[in-house]
Design a protein around this ligand. Structure first.
Ligand code: ZN
Length: 253
């Protein structure tokens, strides 16, 4: 079974995506999985979508990907995000709209790894940020591992082996990943793994974030990669996207 590179929340940041793809070349990965939000916020949606389609064997649909092709969803976003969705909708051509439209919400690897952008269970929020939401997600999961993004914060949640009783938040352990340090996944336990965001990290570390899932060694390893943030900011400003979307890249927020 292969080693998978896991990328998510690229958000049209080509500078960050290039840096991550070239780092991956050193990490002996056989397949690349994308957890969605390829576009939205950033100035290079077409180029990012082309690279994701070229390199990823599995891609799921994010909420920004969806809003760009179905503008009825755009009203749910805040001002700068909504402006970026309108801008992205206009600059993408019909082939790119079609590529986004064909993405599924959920894909499953090896019958054991669910790939989804946000949360595998309906609830009060679709952001799996804490043990309350993670418990809800575990109770909606049918595989031992779920890969998800959406929060732009790397984390691994662990739950004990499945029983007939639902998982309670007190039983969930949160592991904070460190750059290059594998987190061991125990065979009988269950995991929700978030690789963080390639193009707009929000954990106060502005470097691009991604991860490697090794289903033989049973490890999940987050990696951080520096990239040309000033270049990404200049491009964001050049195309006329809101300034806040450039500024936040420098602080990882
Ligand atoms: Zn996102």
């Amino acid at each position: 079974m292969p080693r998978y590179a896991i990328i998510s929340d690229i958000h049209g940041n080509l500078h960050a995506l290039h840096a991550v793809l070239s780092r991956m070349a050193d990490l002996d990965v056989q397949e690349v999985v994308c957890l969605g939000d390829i576009v939205g916020y950033g100035p290079a949606p077409s180029e990012c979508l082309d690279l994701v389609v070229k390199y990823c064997s599995v891609i799921v649909r994010g909420n920004h990907d969806e809003a760009v092709v179905d503008m009825r969803c755009a009203s749910e976003f805040n001002g700068a995000a909504r402006q970026a969705i309108h801008w992205t909708h206009q600059v993408l051509g019909p082939m790119h709209h079609d590529a986004l439209n064909r993405l599924k919400y959920v894909e499953v690897l090896e019958d054991t790894v669910t790939c989804i952008h946000d949360c595998p269970a309906p609830g009060p929020s679709d952001y799996v940020h804490d043990s309350v939401m993670a418990a809800l997600a575990f109770n909606g999961m049918e595989t031992p591992i779920c890969l998800l993004g959406h929060t732009h914060v790397p984390v691994v949640f662990e739950a004990p082996p499945r029983t007939n009783a639902p998982v309670s938040p007190g039983k969930v352990i949160a592991h904070l990943p460190h750059d290059g340090e594998p987190i061991m996944l125990e065979r009988e336990h269950r995991y929700i793994c978030n690789p963080g965001s390639v193009g707009q990290p929000r954990d106060a570390d502005p470097r691009a974030s991604f991860a490697v899932l090794d289903t033989d060694a049973m490890t999940f390893t987050m990696h951080r990669e520096s990239y040309d943030i000033a270049g990404a900011q200049a491009e964001t400003q050049r195309v006329g996207l809101p300034n806040i979307l450039a500024e936040r890249l420098a602080i990882g927020a």
